[in-house]
Design a protein around this ligand. Structure first.
Ligand code: KIV
Length: 272
């Protein structure tokens, strides 16, 4: 055990909005437990996501669908204890926000455990839930593009918004969610151009994963950053531990630095 590092200045929704205004990029990473949360938040990462990806990377399921609010709540509790000032975002899992009232109850349960913002997958249909949550003091991150909870509907983990009509409706729906009060948009697996258009259109910060190099922030799954998840990694993944002689803390810091300097992602990690 070593002496704990000093807590860095806490990230808030307001500080992320300021970064967007100043055109400064920020880095986000998932974490699911005390030590990873400590390492992530002490090495330059602004946002920690307790993602429902835990269904795959922690629980070993083949999708995020089996994850429950209780599962997310447990991991939020663990992460909260290790977090050194990153904004703590938590996923509302599959079927935990099918109605407006249910979204309020599920989100409240996660906020009580220490989440500071909740993420919901979907487009314009979430406008009323977003409004309800925001009016009651629960910040919302909208998640659009590839939404893994709809994997059975989408027919696979595919790039979304390649068709111009769908791209335009994604922009329109992102604006609807911003107007409903969403504080952040997370955009997954869309072509570079669409990532750029949405980021430029919205006033709120846009976090990308497989959405090109123009978004305000980038996010990666902890197990992908460290090359822990079996199988062939997605195009947008980079293993920062590979060849890094200084270990996990250094891999996190290198990723944060690469995002902030605009080195990651590049064309090799993006869809055209
Ligand atoms: O659940 C998760 O980890 C996510 C990321 C893929 C952004 O939503």
């Amino acid at each position: 055990m070593s002496v704990q590092k000093q807590t860095p200045k806490a990230t808030t929704i307001v500080s992320l909005q300021k970064l967007k205004k100043e055109q400064q990029k920020f880095a986000c990473l998932t974490a699911y437990d005390y030590c990873s949360a400590y390492a992530v938040s002490s090495n330059g990462i602004e946002v920690i996501l307790v993602g429902d990806s835990l269904g795959m990377v922690i629980q070993g399921h083949d999708s995020s669908l089996p994850v429950t609010v209780e599962d997310i709540a447990y991991h939020v509790r663990c992460v909260r204890r290790g977090n050194q000032g990153a904004l703590l975002m938590a996923d509302l899992p599959f079927m935990s926000y099918y109605s407006e009232m249910q979204s309020l109850e599920s989100a409240a349960a996660l906020m009580r455990e220490g989440a500071q913002i909740v993420k919901l997958e979907g487009g314009a249909w979430l406008a009323e839930s977003t409004k309800l949550l925001v009016e009651r003091g629960i910040p919302v991150c909208a998640h659009m593009g590839l939404t893994p909870q709809s994997i059975n509907h989408l027919g696979g983990y595919r790039v979304q918004g390649r068709d111009p009509a769908r791209a335009q409706s994604m922009i329109d729906e992102a604006l609807i969610l911003q107007n409903a009060g969403a504080s952040i948009l997370l955009l997954e697996c869309v072509p570079v151009d669409l990532g750029k258009r949405i980021t430029e259109t919205l006033d709120i910060p846009v976090i990308g994963i497989g959405a090109g190099m123009h978004t305000d922030g980038q996010i990666m799954v902890w197990h992908d950053l460290l090359g822990l998840y079996p199988g062939r990694p997605a195009k947008f993944v980079q293993n920062y531990l590979n060849g890094n002689a200084n270990g996990i803390q250094s891999a996190i810091a290198d990723y944060a630095q690469a995002v902030k300097s605009g080195q990651f992602p590049d064309e090799e990690h993006s869809y055209t």
